[in-house]
Design a protein around this ligand. Structure first.
Ligand SMILES: [Zn+2]
Ligand SMILES: [Zn+2]
Length: 338
């Protein structure tokens, strides 16, 4: 479906070599019909038209085109983003990749640009190559740097693209990987005056219907429902001495499947009943909202699991303070002790 693009906008090699227009000097064709560039590439919309580009993805602090600029038939997408490691590109990747794919499938040539054409646009195009060519982050980035040696995304974007790979080239907002990433983003804004509501898992006492195969965790002392198995953020077991040296989480840690026999705590996402406890303080105890039994602790800067792994931020519940109850899907909220 991409086969016919080449003929619609001329031979791919003339763009990087031409020197007649500013846009030509600022654009590089990295795949047939896929261009990478900086702000100068969109300075003269007519030049885009001449180059056969009819779709533009701007990932910059400002839109690529002023109000009313551009030209008839031009399709554009603007993703506001600063070139900083803490900028969240991950949440926009699906939208960006879909925009590029859609445009190309219609035979449009696409320009992805940021300000300098070095970091933000490179990250987006790398994600696109990863997904369409099923490449690892390293391979896709290397491939792009071969074509554009000065391409250099910041380390925050590198990290996010590794998470993108770990999620299978699609941002799964219900995955432990994404939840942990989102929690880290919130932590960067510490001190926290308020927390976005979507950060919290719904209190299991407010939902009557259980999902199939879900396990419910209840306070051992008073039986209050505390969290569901879908809130557990799994991690690979650390080995104590090494784990001490690596406080920062790596994506491999997040691809957790290993047995966690050594772990004496569950690390979970925040649940609604924790909200008032978590605000305005860096760390503290987590108490049962009904009987005030001590369940565990939290720390926005992270805590170490008994297996040695650091988890940031950390909301941990000691396994011996809760009981696992299997949800019975037919009977809704009824549970059976495991
Ligand atoms: Zn552990
Ligand atoms: Zn309790």
């Amino acid at each position: 479906m991409l086969a016919k693009e080449g003929s619609s906008h001329g031979c791919g090699s003339w763009i990087p070599h031409a020197s007649g227009t500013s846009s030509a000097r600022e654009m590089l064709e990295v795949r047939p019909g896929l261009y990478l560039g900086g702000a100068a590439a969109v300075a003269e919309p007519d030049h885009l038209k001449e180059a056969g580009i009819s779709a533009v993805l701007t990932v910059d602090s400002e839109p690529g085109f002023k109000e009313g600029a551009g030209f008839e038939g031009l399709r554009s997408l603007f993703v506001p983003a600063l070139d900083k490691p803490e900028t969240d590109l991950l949440s926009h990747l699906d939208r960006c990749v879909a925009f590029i794919s859609q445009a190309r499938s219609e035979g449009r040539a696409v320009l992805v640009h940021c300000h300098a054409g070095i970091s933000r646009s490179v990250a987006i195009v790398t994600a696109f190559l990863m997904k369409t060519d099923r490449l690892t982050f390293e391979k896709a980035y290397e491939n792009l740097q071969t074509i554009k040696p000065e391409a250099k995304m910041n380390e925050g974007f590198e990290y996010q693209l590794k998470l993108y790979q770990a999620m299978g080239y699609e941002v799964d907002t219900s995955s432990a990987i994404y939840k942990q990433y989102r929690l880290q983003k919130v932590t960067e804004k510490y001190p926290l005056q308020n927390l976005p509501q979507e950060l919290f898992a719904v209190d299991p006492t407010t939902i009557s219907q259980g999902l199939k195969d879900e396990v419910l965790y209840k306070c051992r002392k008073c039986r209050r429902s505390l969290f569901r198995s879908s809130s557990i953020l799994d991690h690979n077991e650390g080995s104590r001495p090494i784990a001490f040296a690596h406080k920062r989480m790596t994506p491999s840690f997040m691809l957790a499947t290993g047995n966690q026999a050594q772990c004496t705590s569950y690390f979970i996402e925040p649940v609604q009943w924790m909200e008032s406890t978590l605000l305005g303080v860096m760390d503290g105890q987590l108490l049962c909202p009904k009987c005030s039994a001590k369940l565990g602790s939290f720390n926005w800067y992270g805590e170490q699991c008994s297996c040695g792994r650091w988890i940031t931020p950390a909301f941990q519940i000691h396994k011996n303070r809760v009981d696992e109850m299997k949800m019975l899907p037919v009977l809704g909220s009824q549970t059976r002790k495991l």
